[in-house]
Design a protein around this ligand. Structure first.
Ligand code: ATP
Ligand code: MG
Length: 436
């Protein structure tokens, strides 16, 4: 009789989910070759999101050398507490995850990938962060036998560290990786950091980007978009996402993060159009003096109350107009094209569409097209979601549309597609592919 294998049920700590190539590829949403670009993108997203909070015109710098890559910003800085929390691999930490709003980051896992990836990719896990008067060094590795990541975090007070945040990720051959000629490979090649930085500039006319000696100046500092510190709109929530947000506040209170519990009325007042006392009183009639933790029933937030609150809050406020989320606009696309591409001006076309999707979420869709002056040039496609470029076309519907319109790889054209929405249905943790 053939010998049979008696399989053992091995245990793997959830903490290790970021510490193997297979798992990290899922978290980042890209193969290893793309990691360093994807990580630079995540850091740039964080920088922009953070700067916009303090009404700061974002200035984001990127440095790539043989030993490391670095992203710096002029934002309010990342606190030591946030860094410490982000090193807990059992928890996602995010100031965006539970709020439904059009932000670049939404998952609360990007920093975790930043700490783990240099170790998994190169065997040396070292990241330095300078922010809010501290210099942090985070070193990671994996104890394969104990099945646990080993994380060392040292922080030192540094008077010289003042504004903004600098994140330096030690990554061997960062610069040469970029130059590697892949011409004979069938594998998709990651875009260069120059391309990525330039694409950020397309979607963020209010921001400046510096890469080495080259600078993409802000083209329009008056351009307005939804900012992370703006109240969110109750019409962007459904009963499930509202319940999640209330539960997150209660958990936050329980974990001793903020001594003072939140009342139902305070919670209601945080939404757009609901700050007036009159409206708060009307909506929270019957909840007078009650706290969010009083809405708990059977270890969950009482869904009947959530539904009632949601309906009443919606009745008392108007939905935000889709374009208020931040239309990039024809002029801002045109100004970028003029500076960055050689195009036949008369061929430029721009189209925009806005509306509400099947879940009643507002969306903006913008498309820009131009023919390049050099007929030998090939097609350039730039796609972006919520003001951040995507590595690849993010939805099959877009690829199909390109096929139908006969826009082929060898055509000398530029096509820019951008979509903004308070929440995308991403089908992966790396926020790379979504269901339209
Ligand atoms: N450059 C920065 N300046 C200030 N705060 C930052 C910066 N980078 C990160 N943070 C803070 O750290 C938190 C965690 O960042 P992280 O990128 O892991 O999650 P996220 O941006 O909320 O979501 P996502 O995982 O989708 O990017 C952010 O929510 C933000 O509060
Ligand atoms: Mg992020």
């Amino acid at each position: 009789m053939a010998k049979t294998l008696e399989r053992k049920v091995f245990e793997l700590s959830r903490e290790c989910e970021f510490f193997t190539e297979k798992e990290l590829t899922m978290q980042i949403g890209h193969e290893k070759d793309f990691w360093y670009v994807a990580l630079i993108k995540e850091l740039m997203d964080n920088s922009l999101d953070a700067c916009e909070v303090g009404c700061i015109d974002p200035e984001v710098g990127v440095v790539v050398t043989d030993d490391y890559f670095e992203v710096r910003d002029n934002g309010p800085g990342i606190s030591k507490k946030t860094i410490i929390k982000s090193l807990n691999y059992f928890m996602r930490i995010s100031d965006k995850q539970f709020y439904v709003s059009p932000t670049r980051g939404q998952m609360g896992n990007a920093l975790k990938t930043v700490w783990a990836a240099p170790y998994v990719a190169n065997g040396i896990g070292k990241v330095e962060v300078k922010s809010k008067g501290f210099e942090h060094v985070i070193e990671t590795s994996l104890d394969r036998i104990v099945q646990r990541p080993m994380i060392e975090h040292n922080s030192q007070k540094k008077a010289s560290v003042k504004n903004g945040t600098i994140v330096r990720v030690y990554w061997s051959n960062s610069a040469t990786l970029e130059d590697e000629e892949n011409a004979y490979s069938y594998k998709a090649k990651p875009p260069s950091i120059e391309e990525i930085v330039s694409q950020y500039s397309v979607f963020n006319p209010h921001s400046s980007f510096i890469l080495g000696n080259s600078k993409h100046n802000a083209r329009n500092t008056n351009w307005k978009k939804w900012k992370t510190d703006m109240p969110t709109c109750i019409h962007w929530y459904n009963e499930y996402t509202l319940r999640e947000l209330i539960a997150a506040y209660v958990a936050f209170e329980r974990n001793g993060n903020n001594g003072k519990p939140k009342t139902v009325r305070e919670f209601v007042s945080e939404f757009k159009g609901l700050s007036s006392t009159l409206k708060q009183k009307k909506i929270t009639k019957g909840f007078s003096g009650m706290f969010l933790h009083d809405l708990i029933k059977d270890n969950d937030i009482d869904m009947d109350i959530v539904r009632g609150l949601l309906d009443s809050m919606k009745e008392n406020s108007v939905p935000v107009k889709p374009y208020s989320m931040g239309l990039i606009g024809e002029d801002n696309f045109k100004s970028w094209l003029k500076l960055n591409q050689q195009i036949i001006e008369e061929s430029f076309q721009y189209s925009k569409k806005s509306g509400f999707d099947k879940n009643n979420l507002p969306y903006i869709f913008e498309v820009c097209f131009a023919v390049k002056t050099d007929p030998e040039e090939h097609r350039t496609i730039i796609t972006g979601l919520n003001w951040t470029p995507t590595l690849g076309i993010p939805a099959t519907e877009i690829s199909e549309a390109l096929g139908k319109c006969s826009v082929h790889k060898q055509d000398p054209v530029v096509l820019i597609i951008h979509m903004a929405k308070p929440r995308f249905e991403f089908v992966d943790r790396g926020k790379t592919r979504m269901a339209l």
